[in-house]
Design a protein around this ligand. Structure first.
Ligand SMILES: [Zn+2]
Length: 343
């Protein structure tokens, strides 16, 4: 008898699960080894995941166990339009609640909202996100550029919508239904981030799994330079932009001693001392410093596990930003939040 679509989908998931089970365990070990090289207080968090409370295929406990295996310290269970999953996260040391809702044509993620967000279809994106912030300490646009391929008309429409949102945070890496977050959402997500930054909008990039299936957890996540791995410490780091979106490597960028997310107003002509680090125990192939949409320094890492470098620029008195990105030997990538100058 012919298999139903549901059976075929299940078969594919089983296959992917088997194929990547070992890969995921290896990824956990890889990130643990990278942390030792990185030598900084760091928490890794998956801000976006689904469970059986909405359209996810696994329980919150199963998702949290998988997060631990792949090197993700904290899992936010962000089921659609509800926070009842909080019952389950309360029993788990490495999980907490969030929600996925909508605002003005975008999907909106909320971390620890006090109550479930009620979607109002007639609200603008700006109003919707502002309302989300009254409920939750951190909100962001989920897969704002959609899932590639993206056309110019769509990109422009999303760009205009995102421009209207103040203090925007958005996913540049989303691991849903993909083996590689970068090729699924990252190419256009990172392009959108640079377009928004060049237009003078601040953007905090985040990475998430958006897992509906267990196999997707660990595809991408957000690294936060946080004092502890508690939800409060992670949320504070996200609010301040001390973070990077990643598929595996770890990143840190400082300007005049100030971390990612900082807004600096240097004296014209004074020195901007940029220091950056990238770590991946699997080995790095390239580390790039970007300003105003252009690579201003590229380090050929030649497989090194740790890259530390610096660059000094003269403050020009105009608005500019710096961000860091890197590629590992197996092409997994990470993208830091920017440092803003004269913003
Ligand atoms: Zn989702």
């Amino acid at each position: 008898m012919a298999k139903s679509l549901k059976q075929l989908q299940q078969q594919r998931r089983n296959y992917l699960e088997e194929l990547t089970g070992r890969d995921k365990r290896d990824k956990g070990l890889r990130i643990a080894a990278s942390r030792k090289l990185f030598k900084m207080k760091l928490a890794t968090a998956d801000l976006h995941s689904h469970s059986k409370y909405s359209d996810g295929q696994s329980s919150v406990a199963e998702n949290a166990a998988r997060a631990k295996l792949v090197g993700v310290d904290l899992l936010f269970a962000t089921d659609h339009g509800r926070i009842t999953q909080k019952r389950d996260t309360a029993k788990l040391p490495n999980a907490t609640w969030g929600e996925e809702s909508h605002a003005g044509g975008f999907d909106m993620g909320l971390l620890q909202p006090k109550r479930a967000h009620k979607y109002s279809p007639n609200q603008s994106a700006a109003d919707g996100f502002a309302q989300g912030r009254t409920l939750a300490p951190f909100v962001w646009a989920a897969h704002p550029v959609g899932f590639s391929p993206v056309n110019k008309v769509w990109f422009k429409r999303m760009f205009n919508g995102l421009c209207s949102i103040d203090d925007l945070a958005m996913e540049v890496l989303n691991g849903f239904n993909a083996m590689r977050s970068y090729f699924r959402t990252g190419i256009w997500g990172v392009r959108m981030m640079d377009a928004l930054l060049c237009a003078g909008r601040s953007v905090t990039p985040v990475g998430v799994s958006d897992a509906h299936f267990l196999v997707e957890i660990g595809n991408s996540w957000t690294g936060v330079l946080a004092a502890t791995k508690s939800p409060a410490s992670i949320i504070k780091g996200l609010q301040e932009g001390r973070c990077f979106a990643s598929e595996a490597p770890l990143l840190e960028l400082r300007c005049n001693g100030k971390p990612m997310g900082s807004k600096l107003k240097p004296k014209r002509g004074s020195a901007l001392k940029l220091r950056f680090r990238a770590a991946d125990s699997f080995g790095l192939s390239s580390v790039r410093l970007i300003s105003d949409g252009k690579v201003i320094k590229e380090v050929d890492a030649k497989g090194a596990q740790l890259v530390e470098d610096a660059l000094t620029r003269k403050a020009a008195g105009k608005r500019t930003y710096f961000r860091l990105e890197c590629t590992a030997n197996d092409d997994l990538r990470a993208f830091s939040a920017p440092i803003y100058v004269n913003w």
